[in-house]
Every structure is written in structure tokens, then in C-alpha cells.
Design a protein. Structure first.
Length: 99
């Protein structure tokens, strides 16, 4: 996919309500964006291996493969990912120092 065309955004979070809220809030303002979701890092990796993503938004704490592990694996796989945002509902000093 050409980076100058419609952006493809992958949102990764283990909370289904958060995923649907982000999609529902974003779609009306940006109907041309492609929004993909994954409920954990493992599912996100499957998508990232097969789809050119322009922006990854990932939760920090998730079961199976968390946000840190997801970013580590992306680096190891040398997947071209121009932008990443890491979010967390846990505003602790430990979470801030993780990245």
C-alpha cells in the first residue's frame, strides 16, 4: 500500500468496549480511514505480517502478548511501522518506565 493513500490503523486492546468505542468515535470523523482491531498482541502480529499498517495503537497490559512484547517482536521481525502509540489505563511509574 502506498503510504500517501488512505491510512490503515491497527488498534490493539484486550477490552472489547475500548476497541468498539475507538472505532465508533473515529469512523464518523474519518470515514476513509481503515480501522483494524486485535484483542491481543498475537492477533496483532498476524495482521502486521500481512497488512501494511500506518499507525499502531496498542495497550500496554494485555494477556498472552502484551504491548512491550508486541513492540519487541515487531523490532525482531523488522516490520516497517512508521508510527506507534502505546496506551495504558494504569498510570503508574512502573508503566511509564517500561518503555
Amino acid at each position: 500500500m502506498d503510504r500517501s493513500s488512505t491510512p490503515v490503523i491497527l488498534i490493539v486492546d484486550d477490552e472489547p468496549l475500548f476497541l468498539s468505542s475507538v472505532v465508533d468515535a473515529t469512523k464518523p470523523a474519518h470515514p476513509d480511514w481503515t480501522l483494524l482491531t486485535a484483542s491481543d498482541g498475537e492477533k496483532a502480529l498476524t495482521i502486521l505480517r500481512s497488512t501494511q499498517i500506518d499507525l499502531l495503537v496498542t495497550d500496554l497490559k494485555m494477556p498472552k502478548v502484551d504491548g512491550v512484547e508486541l513492540l519487541t517482536r515487531l523490532s525482531q521481525l523488522e516490520i516497517d511501522l512508521p508510527r506507534t502509540i502505546v496506551v495504558s489505563a494504569y498510570a503508574t511509574e512502573e508503566a511509564q518506565n517500561t518503555l
